[in-house]
Design a protein around this ligand. Structure first.
Ligand SMILES: Cc1cc2nc3c(=O)[nH]c(=O)nc-3n(C[C@H](O)[C@H](O)[C@H](O)COP(=O)(O)OP(=O)(O)OC[C@H]3O[C@@H](n4cnc5c(N)ncnc54)[C@H](O)[C@@H]3O)c2cc1C
Length: 418
């Protein structure tokens, strides 16, 4: 493992666990592991603001945020998502009726909550910086050294921090993953996602609406009212690169009109409230999720297009699962740690593989017009619409995956706070 030979290291600081990266996943990881009275060092910079970006977090994540002590603040400023409506807008041969997946069908008040990315980071950051077991180090990591019994991070300010274990949450270009020599598979989609917050004329009724178009999903996710704006949503709009370029250069009113048009005027007149964000669509999966003294969480080990709001929900499951797998492990015991990491790797391969394939198949089935695939997609929608036991099973699996649910996601906040 490489080290920067130019460095003149200062005294080595120590921790039980070192978390690299202070995005939502890293902040959540520090809080989850600090619950077990371990000494945590979280190293990273607070991420820059993301204009117009929100995250929809579902029941398993809600339970996890509750366990971390963040739920009250998240629900106070987020908007509940009570249902998800999917509308096929591909003009395919077989007309497909809209499909609605509602929380009421599984006796929950909401499927989840939609919150601005920046607000979520700010809530988690506040909890991290006031937690007695977490030392937040505002610095970049320039390199790592992995030994048999420890991991060392070398910081931009020349400090060395040593720990029994390293949790890498340093994003899709993870330096920790590269130094550990973990292979990955990457691919691209011919799409860009434009994101923004919009105000509209008519109410969203706490319902998220996905229009499945030939360029990918166009999704409006509900946002809470503001004093001068009673009806607001966040938009995630997938399109080809040429359309993205044209729309980014278009006058604002023209774009607002196009957004209204894509939403079939169901929400009336649209007004852009935020700047427009743009994200190139691609995918990534790693060959292993843990190695020696390292575990990968969040976008260090999975990236896919924002379809079905899976990304951060999956990242929080990585963290909760890792916490579960390491719960009774002596981090100094190599054999115990290796067994726990093998278990974590098995769980993550299954969960991440399943979501990555699901999102990939849905996205490709939209953008590649091919009659048999259209018919299959249409027939699946019809079956789910018609069969309520199947629909309920899909809703449950989407918001609270039953397979190996980690302990920090098992307690229902509804019964706990009843
Ligand atoms: C348009 C869009 C919409 C989305 N909507 C949803 C949604 O509705 N629901 C959902 O669940 N997911 C959604 N996602 C996915 C979700 O936003 C991401 O999965 C999530 O933000 C990733 O968080 P992360 O902490 O893993 O990575 P990042 O946010 O990339 O954080 C990584 C952090 O590591 C830091 N870092 C990197 N290198 C170093 C270093 N050397 N030293 C120190 N720090 C370092 C970075 O500065 C950064 O702060 C969406 C994604 C997109 C693109």
């Amino acid at each position: 493992m490489s080290a920067n030979r130019e460095l003149t290291p200062q005294a080595q600081e120590k921790a039980d666990i070192l978390v690299a990266g202070a995005g939502s996943t890293g902040l959540a990881a520090a809080l989850a592991f600090a619950k077990s009275d371990l000494r945590i060092k979280l190293i990273g910079r607070v991420p820059p603001p993301l204009p117009g970006r929100t995250v929809a977090l579902f029941e398993a994540s809600i339970r996890f945020l509750d366990a971390l002590g963040a739920l009250e603040r998240v629900t106070a400023i987020g908007c509940p998502i009570e249902a998800i409506r999917m509308i096929d807008d591909t003009d395919q041969l077989l007309p497909v009726p809209p499909l609605t997946l509602s929380a009421r069908e599984i006796d929950l008040p909401a499927l989840g909550v939609n919150i601005s990315n920046d607000d979520l980071v700010s809530i988690l950051h506040d909890l991290v910086t006031t937690h007695p077991n977490i030392d937040f180090v505002d610095a970049d990591i320039v390199d790592y050294e992995f030994g048999v019994s420890n991991a060392v991070a070398l910081l931009s300010d020349h400090r060395r921090i040593e720990a029994d274990f390293l949790i890498a949450a340093d994003g899709r270009n993870s330096r920790a993953r590269a130094v550990a020599g973990i292979d990955l598979k990457e691919w691209t989609y011919p799409q860009i996602a434009l994101t923004a917050m919009v105000r509209h004329e008519f109410a969203h009724a706490n319902m998220s609406t996905e229009y499945h178009t030939r360029s990918g999903p166009f999704t409006l996710v509900p946002l809470p009212a503001r004093p001068n704006a009673p009806h607001r949503s966040s938009l995630v709009w997938l399109m080809n690169t040429e359309d993205a370029r044209r729309r980014l250069a278009a006058p604002r009113e023209e774009l607002e009109f196009e957004i209204e048009d894509f939403a079939k005027s169901e929400f009336g007149v649209m007004r852009l409230e935020s700047d427009i964000g743009q994200f190139r669509m691609g995918g990534m999966q790693v060959s292993q999720h843990g190695k020696g003294r390292l575990a990968l969480v969040g976008e260090t080990c999975h990236v896919f297009p924002p379809i079905g709001a899976q990304g951060l929900n999956l990242s929080l499951r990585d963290v909760a699962d890792l916490e579960d797998c390491l719960a009774s492990v002596d981090l100094k015991n190599e054999a115990e740690l290796a067994r726990a990491l093998a278990r974590y790797d098995r769980h993550r391969h299954a969960d991440i593989g399943f979501r990555t394939s699901g999102v990939d198949v849905l996205n490709r089935s939209l953008i590649i017009p091919y009659l048999p695939v259209d018919l299959f997609r249409g027939a699946s929608f019809l079956a789910v619409s018609a069969l309520s036991p199947l629909r309920r099973a899909i809703i449950r699996e989407g918001i609270l995956p039953h397979f190996a649910l980690p302990r920090l996601m098992r307690d229902s906040h509804q019964t706990k706070h009843a």
